[in-house]
Design a protein around this ligand. Structure first.
Ligand SMILES: C[S@@+](CC[C@H](N)C(=O)[O-])C[C@H]1O[C@@H](n2cnc3c(N)ncnc32)[C@H](O)[C@@H]1O
Length: 243
């Protein structure tokens, strides 16, 4: 098993990017609510990893009971503040049973590129650990490797208030890992910090095989928080997996 590298997940720069994506949490929550109705699921969700609770916050507003797990001390603290009536654990998602003690959920969500930080064996462990906690449905969402290859520029800039962010990406076709070096600059263009990590991205057939290996059945594959059937040119893969 790979070692945890908490560095980036405790970085204020990284956390700031999660905050910037807060509003998207509402779109996810609406879609997940529709999913729960389609599959007749109870209003209780395991959000793993929950990050700052940007999806849980909106699910909770829709009446869902929330249990969240994340490795980042800072993010778990923020999630607790954002969803005061939720139950949150700082834990490694490869070993959910250590904190869940056999508790199961009709709906478990693993969304927004929450796989690929470690090895493929670790991703299998995460998926098996999620399977053990799932009563009915798990949703796994991540960026599509095939889209990344053809669409992600090697260098690009974004403005994530209050920083200008410069991304250098190098995709290694032998490992399907994207090496990301992200530099943060202030308003004057001075470098004030950077983070570096690699992440394994999956093609549809690869992630489907892994999800099946973990013991799930594939019920549907769509893109992002939509009901559009996934196509290989779509940026995001969302797998609806069943028991
Ligand atoms: C891209 S964020 C997604 C967070 C959340 N799902 C969202 O949509 O906002 C990835 C998250 O994975 C968490 N993480 C990384 N390794 C973990 C591990 N081994 N166990 C639990 N959480 C982990 C990080 O702390 C971070 O919050």
């Amino acid at each position: 098993m790979s070692e945890i590298f908490p560095g980036i997940f405790e970085s204020d720069f990284y956390i700031n990017e999660m905050i910037k994506l807060w509003d998207e949490g509402e779109k996810w929550a609406k879609w997940l609510d529709e999913l729960a109705k389609r599959y007749n699921l109870e209003r209780k969700v395991l959000d793993v990893p929950c990050g700052i609770g940007r999806v849980s916050y909106f699910l909770n507003k829709l009446g869902y009971e929330i249990v969240g797990v994340d490795i980042s001390e800072k993010m778990i603290k923020m999630a607790k503040n954002n969803v005061p009536n939720g139950r949150f654990y700082r834990a490694d998602m490869r070993y959910l049973k250590d904190v869940l003690n056999g508790e199961k959920f009709d709906l478990v969500i693993n969304i927004f590129n929450s796989l690929g930080y470690y090895s493929e064996e670790d991703d299998l462990e995460i998926l098996k650990s999620i399977k053990e906690a799932t009563n009915k449905i798990a949703v796994i969402n991540l960026d599509n490797r095939d889209y990344i290859i053809y669409n992600k520029p090697e260098v690009y800039y974004t403005y994530v208030h209050p920083y200008l962010v410069e991304d250098h990406n190098y995709f290694d076709p032998y490992t399907s890992r994207l090496k990301i070096r992200r530099t943060y600059m202030n308003q004057k263009g001075e470098i004030i910090g950077s983070i570096e990590y690699t992440q394994r991205f999956y093609s549809l057939h690869e992630i489907v095989n892994l999800v099946k290996k973990a013991g799930f059945k594939i019920l549907d594959v769509v893109t992002a928080y939509s009901w559009k059937k996934f196509e290989v040119t779509d940026p995001q893969i969302t797998i609806i997996a069943g028991i």
